[in-house]
Design a protein around this ligand. Structure first.
Ligand code: AHM
Ligand code: MG
Length: 359
């Protein structure tokens, strides 16, 4: 075997990176823990984010070893919304609920996998309420397509013992939100309310999430991509049908990309541009996706990256997703989210049909 010369000038690279045996770690790139500590004076929030990050590392390991550890397949139960639970769904849920319940900083936990909210016993309660989907994209688990964890964090109302009411609130009450995508790389995307959206890549050589990039919709809207389950199109209303048909015509038609994992589809939408849709349809007038642990966290990230997150036509009107107030922890709402260019294009089909869109 002959050795090829290194394609990089190592002396230049060394001034920007630490060189370990097999990995390059950017200098000055903060870890997730460092970033959280720089951005909040609240040590309980630091503890909470450390617990969530640790869960994501554990889930990532479980996902990677699923084939070897015989974790593919059904667990034999159904979850809160009647979906069959996979073994990895159950395991990820246990990882999240155990870690957050024992963190000492949580009061109320809502998981997609648990019918009822978990109220942490009074003596052990902290102030945070967390809604999460431990492993989103269940249909992709067994075929090794990207899946993810989604979370949104609230603070319970002052002085009160945490109850379900503390989490049945509008999305603007969230303090921070994020998701972790388990894919060729593990990336955790996180934002404090009103702050920028940051991406942290798990460096497997040191087991740390390292700040890798700032997330922002590409200038001008980026790639023209539409992402939806077009198999449902027969049940959509006419403006959505017209819009999706219009995506496909013209000199530069949109590309269709849909993994069936919201985390992967939103991650791509934030990085490349485009629009993601899970609209209401005749069979499911509320859509499929859940407000608290799918809609709200993603809507906060999309808006903070400069995009629009709308319900589309829902109960007779168009609503900003973050303005919806869920009546039940597992309530659903339709989801239309993406860059301004593409969501405004979607709106234009309703405007042409004489339906007013509040902006
Ligand atoms: P899940 O939480 O049971 O995995 O369902 C949510 C997922 C999303 O990740 C994805 O966008 C959507 O369901 C896909 O649904 P469909 O298979 O109907 O296209
Ligand atoms: Mg889900």
């Amino acid at each position: 075997m002959t050795f090829q010369p290194c394609p990089f000038n190592l002396s230049t690279i060394n001034s920007h990176f630490f060189l370990t045996s097999s990995h390059l770690i950017p200098q000055n790139a903060p870890t997730l823990a460092g970033f959280v500590m720089q951005n909040t004076k609240d040590k309980d929030l630091v503890i909470l984010m450390q617990a969530i990050a640790l869960c994501c590392k554990q889930i990532s390991t479980a996902v990677k070893r699923a084939g070897i550890a015989k974790l593919y397949g059904l667990a034999g139960e159904q979850n809160s919304t009647g979906d069959d639970q996979k073994k990895l769904d159950v395991m990820s849920n246990e990882i999240m609920t155990n870690a957050l319940r024992n963190s000492g900083v949580c009061a109320v936990l809502v998981s997609e996998e648990d019918e009822e909210p978990i109220i942490v016993p009074e003596g052990n309660q902290g102030k945070y309420c967390v809604a999460f989907d431990p492993l989103d994209g269940s249909s992709n688990i067994d075929c090794n397509v990207s899946v993810g964890t989604i979370f949104g964090v609230y603070e319970k109302k002052e002085g009160s013992v945490g109850t379900t009411a503390d989490i049945l609130r509008g999305g603007d009450d969230m303090l921070c939100a994020g998701y972790c995508v388990y894919s060729s790389a593990v990336e955790l995307v996180f934002a404090f309310k009103g702050g920028g959206v940051h991406c942290f890549c798990l460096d497997p050589s040191i087991g740390e999430f390292i700040n890798s990039r700032v997330m922002k919709f590409p200038e001008g809207g980026g790639k023209k991509i539409y992402s939806c389950n077009e198999g449902n199109s027969e049940k959509w209303d006419q403006p959505i049908k017209d819009c999706v048909e219009a995506f496909k015509i013209g000199e530069k038609p949109y590309a269709a990309r849909y993994t069936g994992s919201m985390v992967a589809d939103i991650h791509r939408t934030l990085l490349y541009g485009g629009i993601f849709m899970y609209p209401a349809d005749k069979k499911s007038p509320k859509g499929k996706l859940r407000i608290l642990y799918e809609g709200f966290p993603m809507a906060m990230l999309i808006e903070q990256c400069g995009g629009i997150a709308s319900t589309g036509l829902f109960n007779g009107s168009f609503q900003r997703i973050l303005d919806v107030v869920p009546g039940h922890i597992h309530d659903r709402c339709p989801i239309i989210m993406g860059g301004e260019r593409d969501v405004n294009f979607f709106y234009s089909f309703y405007e042409n049909a004489g339906i007013e869109i509040p902006k």
